[in-house]
Write a protein that binds this ligand. Structure first.
Ligand code: PGA
Length: 255
């Protein structure tokens, strides 16, 4: 069975002090739900404080992006070596990075390889725009994103990754994809492409999250779907109560 994973993507929210205060409240609230992998992804500057505050807990820390080089003349960027010991997960290819930071399938691939080489768990984000969705291009586009992200990554390394399918039109809009539709893209397209690359045995072990306006009110529907293994959550991850509810609902779905 695939362990469900709920990850909070805080985006550009919370100062370092606010982040530490938040996780001090969050950690005891999430403690009972050990059947769910629980992750928070603060901004880079908040990661050291959050990592220290969560030391000794089972809550993982993730970064929201990374560069693929270890060091160099890359102003404003952060390398995997700098995150070592502080974070365990790295979100790679979020649509906001694809939109604002010239992220491409090629850089996603380089970053995924670098993250794996340094022992991180990449959370590789894919998803189509509203225009692509309406034009019926979702399957082809998402499949291409998966093929690009995993190019040259051997099966044993692919097993160290998580995928997040996030239709762009559902991110931060309150317009979540229906659970059935999300499951069919995740199952047929994302997992289907992974089956084509790695075979069924490997693809069935990989965890695939849904993301895009996930909230306590719709979490049960998503997690009940056979191919959805958790969620990558923005807005609802910024509140202790809502994030705890997402994790609790996920844990209860396993009973
Ligand atoms: P949202 O963001 O939950 O606020 O829609 C999801 C994401 O961008 O990861």
């Amino acid at each position: 069975m695939r362990t469900p994973i709920i990850a909070g993507n805080w985006k550009m929210h919370k100062t370092p002090a606010e982040a530490v205060e938040f996780v001090k409240e969050l950690a005891p609230a999430l403690e009972p739900y050990s059947t769910v992998e629980r992750v928070v992804c603060p901004t880079f500057v908040a990661i050291p404080g959050v990592a220290a505050a969560l030391a000794g807990t089972e809550i993982g820390v993730g970064a929201q992006d990374v560069h693929f080089e270890d060091q160099g003349a890359f102003t404003g960027r952060v390398s995997p070596t700098m995150l070592k010991g502080l974070a365990k997960y790295i979100i790679i290819g979020h649509s906001e990075c694809r939109r604002d930071l010239n992220e491409t399938n090629e850089t996603v691939n380089l970053k995924a390889k670098a993250a794996i080489a340094h022992g991180f768990t990449p959370i590789i984000a894919v998803g189509e725009s509203l225009e692509q969705n309406e034009a019926g291009e979702t399957a082809a586009f998402v499949s291409e994103q998966i093929r690009g992200a995993y190019a040259g990554i051997p099966a044993e390394d692919a097993l160290k990754t998580v995928v997040a399918y996030e239709p762009i039109w559902a991110i931060g809009t309150g317009k979540s994809s229906s659970a059935e539709l999300a499951n069919s893209i995740i199952g047929d397209v994302v997992r289907g492409t992974l089956v084509a690359i790695y075979g069924n045995n490997i693809a069935q072990q990989l965890r695939i999250q849904y993301g895009g306006s996930v909230k306590p009110e719709n979490m049960a529907d998503y997690i009940a779907q056979p191919d959805i293994d958790g969620a990558l959550v923005g807005g609802a991850a910024l509140k202790v109560g809502a994030f705890t509810d997402l994790v609790r609902i996920t844990a209860e779905s396993l009973k």
